[in-house]
Ligand binder design. Structure first.
Ligand code: ASP
Length: 912
């Protein structure tokens, strides 16, 4: 910027000032003596400086308007106009300024003001050098956008702020979140409002109030613990440089301000020196303000005088006559306007001049729309420039390295509190538990290792704390608060939150997330096929015990019935054989044993050599055959199924299969992202499943994933649990009887959550990226998913499908049949020994030899494989005994009898 002039030159000029004459230009300043702005001093100085240029003579008329009413003021203005006032300046109060503006308009006297609020709507002949309210609002909105403020609270002091900030509200992006408007307490105690803001986690605040109120409010904020790295304040007052914010420099809170006046600039510093020296010379006292305490309005009034003078000089160059011959204006009728007034106003609107507040330029309505603001941020050293706003928009002047090093410093200087929860491979208590362990030493798991790795990169210290309610984070509409980890972040009890915390849209609205460190999707956890218990006697399973007992009873009953009916029926009694034409004795084939033999023969589908002849017995036999036909067919059909079935239900291979059936219930963790996925899904299948889950009784929802896993484990394949693939992977490694069914329903990621607007996000993202590129994330995953799985299925391949096991039958399924065969054969062998011994005893009696000899003889015959006939025993009571009176049999008869006796002997030895 160009220096305006040197103080020595101006002071010299001041001493040469002569008394005013008729040709003197009377410049009137309306001001309030005790408003602390000291506009009178700067105005006086400016006028004396103009005089020093020796073009015209100027007279400064200072009019104190403290406590004056509008009517009085308008009369005063008229009187001053009549006395030759050619320009009005001020006052600051909007209502009074409007009064002066109205007189100025009717008399066409140039009027310059420096009020934040425009005194009158555009179109009047008043120039306001204070930045135009609408444009200032746009500038504030631009800066807020650049700071990435999507939602914030506006704390305002007076209702005029609302109309002032209307522009900020209108300039907002419609996609942005709503903003909150809160009025400050007129009594000055804003604690109740601040408490509400704390409860609602409103962490970004636009403060629209006077410098004094700003400092007081910031103090109250600090009292309530809201002055930390997560809270940001944006001061709309352009006098931030005049506030003493030293006490807030170390809080870490982000305090941003905008200013028109840069107290470090030489322009304003030189001007203050001149004002000071002039005051010293003219009144023998010091100018009471410094570059750090001079208000924008003070500098603006000086600029206003400069601006007017600049236009006057321009007009003089083209039309000095009109200027010099102008008569004083007159309010009384007939009204007389200040003749060069209009022209002078139009010159002001077309010119520009460098002032202490930048280039002075106004539009055709006298509004200052083209200005530049400095954006500053409070740091340990004081306010530092971070950016600039100009008509084109905001641009940053701070290098990203500066910003990063500032954040890194803040990260390293504090203990980072990490909120987490116990669950799966992410975090668990160290086993065996050490009761003396404190802090991080109590835990182990993926989350701890990941944060430790990040901490190594960023050189930060951290402490893990468990979230009291063990929840991930869901919005509770009743309390209007977030639960779990998100609640911890929003209530500033933690700086980071990590676990299997899914990044979701609604959570992202409430807090910030880092880039995902792990990818996953929802899948189904189910129980593996249960192998049927190996049972040697599984061939008995096709029929229940009852059926087997009924069958045995039926067998005995039918055998007995057959025996009785056969004895009763005359057709079952017949002679000894076809060779006996006139038998003297009749025999019945259906002895008790033969009856049992017949029924068992047909039951086993083998038939027998005895067959019924009578209608009654044939009917019994027919019914029995029908019975056995049905029973054996049923048995055969069932046997195959029973022997090959190994799983409880292998019909579920994907989510569609699960949705199609009603036998297997399915559910999710009640307040997590998995439940939210179904609840908010637009997919008709998932919507249907959500309805089914909601209607299921007892409830299919669980208090956490652990409960869901237990439910699947304990169930008999009647419950499937929707869980995230990473957790399923861990659980299936831990529990060999669990299995993941089907693919993933969606695709998402886990991220580390931070409080909204946390400055650490970028740093942590960078550390995660670094770990990812170095392959560390994979190593960590392997460590906690493969190497450190407690009671894992060591060496077992994790079965990723629910496909059934091989249906082959092995010996364990059919071994019982072999056993029955073996025991049957052994029993038969024992019976054969008994028969043999019994026969030997008979032979020994009949042939008068010792039993031992008889046994040896019989044994010898039995092992002689060449002997295929056997001599008839001398006397035998097995079969029909040859009677003495019977005629000698023919050789054929002898053979037949021999054969029959032998058959009877061998087939039915018990027969009497
Ligand atoms: N990881 C999930 C969450 O962040 C929990 C779940 O629903 O499985 O909510």
């Amino acid at each position: 910027m160009v220096r305006l002039s040197t103080p020595a030159l101006v002071i010299g000029a001041l001493l040469l000032l002569t008394a005013t004459s008729d040709a003197t230009f009377k410049l009137v300043l309306f001001y309030e003596k005790n408003d602390g702005l000291h506009q009178d001093i700067v105005f006086n100085y400016a006028v004396s400086m103009f005089n020093n240029l020796h073009v015209y003579e100027f007279q400064a008329h200072l009019e104190d308007v403290t406590g004056i009413g509008s009517f009085q003021l308008s009369q005063k203005a008229c009187a001053l106009a009549a006395q030759g006032a050619v320009a009005f300046f001020g006052p600051q109060q909007p209502a009074l300024a409007a009064t002066v503006a109205s007189v100025a308009k009717s008399l066409e006297i140039p009027h310059l003001v420096t009020t934040r609020q425009a005194p009158l709507p555009p179109g009047m002949h008043t120039v306001n050098l204070y930045p135009d309210a609408d444009m200032l609002a746009i500038a504030l909105a631009d800066v807020a956008r650049a700071l990435e403020w999507r939602s914030y609270t506006v704390l305002y002091e007076d209702d005029e702020a609302l109309s002032r900030l209307q522009g900020v509200l209108q300039a907002r992006d419609p996609s942005q979140l709503p903003i909150m408007l809160r009025k400050m307490d007129p009594e000055g105690d804003d604690r109740p409002t601040l408490k509400k803001m704390k409860h609602n986690a409103e962490m970004r605040v636009v403060l629209d109030c006077s410098p004094q109120r700003t400092v007081e409010l910031l103090r109250q904020t600090r009292e309530l613990g809201m002055m930390d790295v997560y809270h940001s304040f944006f001061l709309t007052n352009l006098d931030a440089h005049t506030m003493d914010l030293t006490e807030f420099r170390q809080t870490g809170a982000n305090i941003t301000a905008v200013r028109l006046l840069d107290p470090n600039e030489n322009t304003i510093r030189d001007a203050i020196t001149m004002w000071d020296q002039s005051e010293l010379m003219m009144r023998g006292r010091r100018f009471p303000l410094t570059a750090r305490s001079v208000r924008t309005e003070t500098a603006l009034m000086y600029d206003a005088a400069l601006f007017y003078h600049h236009a006057l000089v321009k007009l003089n160059a083209s039309n000095s006559e009109q200027l010099l011959s102008a008569e004083p204006a007159e309010c009384r009728l007939p009204l007389r306007r200040y003749s060069p007034g209009l022209l002078l106003s139009s010159y002001m609107m077309g010119t520009e001049k460098l002032g202490t507040t930048g280039t002075l330029r106004v539009d055709s309505h006298g509004r200052r729309k083209d200005f530049s603001l400095q954006v500053v941020e409070l740091s340990k050293e004081g306010f530092n420039e971070t950016g600039k706003w100009e008509l084109g928009g905001y641009y940053t002047t701070r290098s990203s390295q500066d910003l990063d090093s500032q954040i890194t410093e803040s990260l390293q200087s504090k203990l980072i509190i990490v909120s987490s929860r116990i669950g799966g491979a992410f975090l668990r208590f160290k086993e065996p538990r050490d009761p003396t362990a404190r802090g991080n030493d109590q835990f182990e798991g993926y989350s701890l290792d990941l944060i430790a790795a990040i901490a190594r990169i960023l050189n930060m210290t951290f402490e893990f704390r468990l979230v009291p309610d063990s929840q991930y984070g869901a919005f509770n509409p009743k309390t209007q608060k977030w639960t779990g980890l998100l609640g911890e972040l929003l209530e500033r009890r933690a700086d980071l939150a990590i676990c299997d915390l899914t990044i979701t849209y609604v959570r992202e609205e409430a807090v910030d997330f880092t880039m995902p460190f792990m990818n996953l999707g929802i899948s189904i956890l189910y129980k593996k096929a249960e192998k049927a218990e190996t049972n040697l006697f599984s061939f008995l399973e096709p029929f229940s015990i009852d059926v087997w007992i009924y069958m045995a009873t039926a067998y005995l009953g039918v055998s007995l019935l057959l025996f009785v009916l056969a004895r009763a029926s005359p057709y079952e009694w017949e002679g000894g054989g076809p060779h006996e034409r006139n038998p003297t004795e009749l025999e019945n084939n259906f002895s008790l044993l033969n009856s049992l033999w017949f029924t068992i023969g047909s039951l086993m589908q083998q038939g027998s050599d005895v067959l019924p002849k009578a209608v009654s017995t044939r009917m019994v036999a027919g019914m029995w055959w029908f019975f056995t036909l049905i029973m054996i067919s049923s048995y055969t059909a069932n046997l195959a199924a029973f022997l090959t079935v190994t799983r409880m239900d292998d019909s579920i291979k994907n989510v569609e299969d699960l949705a199609k059936q009603t036998k297997i219930k399915y559910g999710t963790y009640a307040s997590g992202s998995t439940a939210a996925f179904f609840r908010e899904s637009n997919n008709s299948l998932y919507q249907r499943m959500w309805t089914v889950m909601n209607q299921a009784r007892p409830s299919v929802f669980t208090a956490d994933n652990k409960e869901g896993v237990e439910r699947v484990k304990k169930g008999k394949g009647d419950y499937a649990f929707f869980m995230e693939s990473t957790s399923i992977e861990y659980e299936t490694r831990k529990n060999c009887d669990l299995v993941k069914v089907g693919g993933q329903l969606d695709s998402k990621g886990y991220g580390i959550a931070l409080p909204p607007g946390s400055p650490y996000r970028k740093m942590i993202n960078w550390a995660i990226l670094k770990l990812q590129q170095a392959g560390e994330l994979k190593v960590l995953k392997n460590r906690w998913w493969v190497e450190n799985v407690p009671d894992g299925c060591a060496g077992q391949e994790v079965d990723d499908s629910a496909a059934s096991d091989s249906p082959d039958l092995d010996l364990t399924n059919v071994g019982g049949v072999f056993l029955v065969l073996v025991f049957g054969c052994i029993a038969a062998f024992l019976v054969a020994i008994l028969e043999f011994l019994w026969n030997c005893r008979k032979i020994a009696v009949e042939e008068k030899m010792t039993p031992w000899e008889a046994m040896k003889k019989e044994l010898r015959f039995a092992v002689d494989l060449r002997a295929d006939t056997k001599p008839v025993p001398k006397s035998s009571d097995a079969g029909s005994e040859p009677e003495e009176e019977e005629a000698a049999p023919t050789s054929a008869d002898s053979f037949m009898r021999l054969q029959m006796n032998y058959d009877q002997y061998s087939v039915n030895p018990q027969r009497q």
